[in-house]
Design a protein around this ligand. Structure first.
Ligand code: GLA
Length: 388
């Protein structure tokens, strides 16, 4: 058995720097149950934190320098003076971390020179927010080291800032909020306008989420994500609302001037916000069939109106439809930004392992690709512990 990321980060710290770490920050990846491409439209999302975490072991350095090592770049220690943090040239994986340090310093947090070691169980490029987990894990570790505890929303927004400015991905707030605020046994209904979080209990142990990776790596930095954001802004402007959160389907259908493509983009966002609220209500009353049906509808809308799916994501959803309720599959949809990444199935817990075997075999027959998959339920958010 491979030890968990928390153990590996501490071991990597010791083997790299020849001394033990002092603090261990860790943060989970996330699955979004429903509410896709709504966060940057001031809308609603319903994610939850998964059990897989990214862990970062840190300790203070005597000199004002930053040293970073990751198990994904073995043997490569990135080092720069703390005073040069804003401009230091670092490899891609370290930019997320650099951005977090820059923002903490800007916020007046006293960050000392430090060494860090990164390990992660969140698969990269799988649509499970490995980048948010990385940012939030470092933010948490440095909270321990600096002795300043940030407000939870502030930590999430700081991580999002790092993603915008240092990874150059214009993401919304969902991933970082889910990673920071995840709560065991709960989904988070997040109002992205007010940033209010309402925990929604996963009420029934009889159901689980099966996560199936397409094996197609998505890249949000690729222009499509930014293009969707831009189209939403244009659609909101044409409808005369501050953001698509404020528009209704009636308003949309009665508008005459909207270009067909903007109409479809807006229809996805407006209907997805409704589905997300309906889904939260269904989960509150344990109406799992309704929640599953809403997941399928969400997927079709993302595929047809928003056009962020791909053949592999669609294949996994079609396999879910074929397996159907008789096999214990109630719903399925792509999760995350799209263009690859993962699909989630809502499954009866007793049938989950069998569905996993059937679905991965069917996917391989159909696409020639191997799907890495796991069964999960909502897990805890970010945290930090003192090691010594
Ligand atoms: C990515 C972004 C999120 C969100 C989703 C789509 O995961 O990081 O902010 O926009 O895509 O729902």
């Amino acid at each position: 058995m491979v030890p968990p990321a928390t153990d590996r980060a501490a071991q990597l710290f010791t083997s790299t720097y020849q001394r033990p770490a002092r603090w261990l920050g860790s943060a989970p990846g996330r699955v979004n149950f429903i509410g896709e491409h709504t966060d940057y439209n001031d809308g609603f999302v319903l994610p939850f934190a998964i059990g897989q975490r990214t862990a970062i072991a840190v300790a203070e350095e005597e000199e004002p320098v930053v040293k970073l090592v990751s198990e994904f770049a073995p043997g490569e220690v990135v080092e720069f003076p703390l005073a040069e943090v804003t401009s230091a040239a670092v490899p891609g994986w370290a930019r997320y971390l650099q951005g977090v340090v820059v923002r903490l310093v800007e916020k007046g947090v006293r960050v000392p020179g430090f060494a860090a070691a990164v390990a992660s169980d969140v698969p990269a490029g799988g649509g499970l927010s490995s980048s948010a987990a990385l940012e939030v894990a470092l933010g948490s570790a440095l909270e321990g080291l600096s002795g300043s505890r940030l407000d939870r929303a502030e930590l999430a927004l700081l991580a999002q800032w790092a993603e915008h400015h240092y990874a150059k991905v214009p993401c919304g707030i969902m991933d970082q909020f889910a990673s920071v605020m995840g709560r065991e046994g709960h989904l988070l209904l997040l109002d992205c306008r007010t940033q209010e979080v309402q925990p929604i209990a996963w009420r029934d142990d009889g159901f689980s989420i099966l996560v199936l990776n397409t094996g197609v790596s998505h890249s949000l930095a690729g222009g499509e994500y930014a293009k969707r954001r831009e189209q939403c802004t244009l659609a909101a402007r044409a409808l005369g609302v501050a953001s698509l959160r404020d528009a209704t389907l009636e308003q949309l259908t009665s508008s005459r001037s909207l270009a067909p493509i903007l109409f479809r983009r807006a229809r996805h966002v407006i209907s997805e916000n409704e589905r997300t609220l309906q889904c939260a209500a269904a989960l509150e009353t344990s109406d799992w069939e309704r929640a599953g049906a809403l997941m399928f509808e969400s997927h079709y809308s993302l595929r047809d109106d928003y056009e962020v799916s791909c053949a592999e994501l669609d294949a996994l959803v079609e396999i879910a439809e074929q397996l159907g309720e008789e096999r214990g599959v109630l719903g399925a949809r792509m999760t995350g930004g799209g263009f690859g990444g993962s699909v989630i199935y809502l499954v009866a817990a007793a049938a989950a392992a069998e569905v996993q075997a059937l679905a991965t075999a069917a996917y391989e027959r159909r696409t020639g690709r191997v799907s890495r998959s796991f069964i999960t339920r909502p897990a805890a958010g970010a945290g930090v512990q003192e090691l010594a």
